[in-house]
Design a protein around this ligand. Structure first.
Ligand SMILES: Cc1ncc(COP(=O)(O)O)c(C=O)c1O
Length: 398
């Protein structure tokens, strides 16, 4: 049986608890599957990041990546602690504002910003459009002109580095659609027609997600500093993106947030000097606050293969199917007698599997399992595949 206390859940008299919340009572009241978010864990993660910034005496801003979790209660909590937002769509912009995140703390990334999304960002006077092509800059400039305003922009540099992570979430090489090459950034500076209603105030990089080795990140940030030094005026900020990995498995060793922030701090101070630093973390703030809870429908044995069939599917939580991602899974039954079982959903795909050969106790209909670390890229990636409804989300107060 997987150890429970590490992931904030624990048995008390055979009842599974997430801090003070009895999960059996919650499951009895709510329709499964659902996501539960722990306010306590969310707050701890955010404060730890913030503290790392202040320990380095850095002028830093945390712009939480909404793509990892856009739940309104999660965002309200982050807003109340001073967070900004990294957004990639008009929908995320509206959600961030609705949660009380200030427009002057919002950066807008993404290669495909549409006219309407740019207009919305201009109306709200967001902190920065993180521009990913010269064509996008042209459009922002022309829309800002029509609206008689000035857009603040940062170029997203493509630093030509290869981040070691799943290929679907590696974003920092020139074969990836993201960012602009240094030479194209520098030559755009001489084209005055791009700058009548735009102002370059920063640079950004984001080379991938779930990074557990920081070598490529360090290289990318050095490349960003080099590029910044070639710009003939001082920038207001350098945006280092997100990407810090988390420990989904017991034996994995992602860098600590403290070592991550201190490394970034020293690279920037050494290579560019004092400047405001923007961070765009998603996963390392939200992953461990989320728990995906799904009830057992039935079990099935085919010769030596055991299946535990649950009511949650890959439409509700896709990371294991899409990225072969490992997540720890805990059962609602407290027993040391366990069997290896595959945990599968009702979707008509063999990929609809949350874990293979997991040691779990014998489970029967209406028992439930808890999949840990699902607060990032969980609900935000859920879909209606197989005409299923999306899972609900519940924010569990401290
Ligand atoms: C531009 C940008 N910033 C930030 C993030 C957040 O990354 P993570 O959740 O790995 O911290 C992403 C996610 O891929 C991203 O594309």
């Amino acid at each position: 049986m997987e150890k429970l206390d590490r992931k904030h859940i624990v048995f008390k008299k055979d009842q599974l608890y997430l801090h003070k919340h009895n999960l059996h009572e919650l499951v009895a009241k709510k329709k499964t599957p659902f996501y539960a978010y722990s306010e306590k864990v969310l707050e701890e993660n955010y404060k730890r990041f913030k503290k790392s910034i202040s320990q380095n005496k850095q002028n830093g801003l945390i712009c939480f990546a909404l793509k990892s979790n856009n739940n309104i209660d999660v965002l309200k909590k982050l807003a109340s602690m001073g967070a900004g937002a990294d957004i990639v769509s008009g929908g995320e912009l509206k959600q961030a504002l609705k949660a009380g995140i200030k427009a002057n703390k919002i950066v807008f990334s993404g290669v495909g910003k549409t006219k309407n999304e740019i207009i919305l960002g201009l109306k709200e006077n967001i902190l920065s459009f993180n521009v990913e092509s010269i064509q996008e800059l042209e459009l922002i400039n022309s829309l800002a002109k029509k609206m008689n305003t000035k857009a603040k922009i940062a170029f997203r540099l493509n630093p030509k580095v290869i981040a070691k992570t799943h290929k679907h979430i590696s974003t920092g090489f020139k074969t990836h659609k993201f960012g602009i090459l240094e030479k194209d950034i520098l030559s755009s500076l001489d084209n005055s027609s791009l700058w009548s209603n735009t102002k370059l105030i920063g640079l950004s990089v984001h080379i991938g997600s779930q990074l557990t080795c920081l070598k490529a990140t360090e290289e990318a940030i050095k490349n960003m500093c080099q590029c910044a030094n070639k710009i003939p005026f001082k920038l207001k900020f350098l945006d280092v993106g997100g990407g810090l990995g988390v420990n989904y498995a017991k034996n994995s060793k992602a860098p600590s947030v403290e070592s991550y922030v201190s490394k970034i701090n020293s690279i920037i101070k050494k290579n560019y000097g004092a400047v405001k630093v923007i961070y765009e973390p998603g996963r390392c703030i939200s992953a461990s606050c989320g728990f995906f809870i799904t009830k057992v429908i039935r079990t099935k044995v085919s010769e030596d293969c055991r299946f535990t069939i649950v009511d949650g599917g890959m439409n509700d939580f896709v990371r294991p199917s899409l990225y072969d991602a490992f997540h720890e899974i805990f059962a609602s039954v407290n027993s040391s007698l366990t069997f290896p079982t595959d945990i599968v959903g009702p979707i008509c795909e063999t990929a609809d599997c949350f874990g293979t050969a997991r040691e779990l106790p014998e489970l029967v209909e209406n028992d439930f399992i808890v999949i840990a670390d699902t607060g990032a890229y969980g609900h935000t990636m859920s879909s209606h595949y197989n005409m299923r409804s999306k899972p609900k989300e519940f924010f569990l107060k401290k």
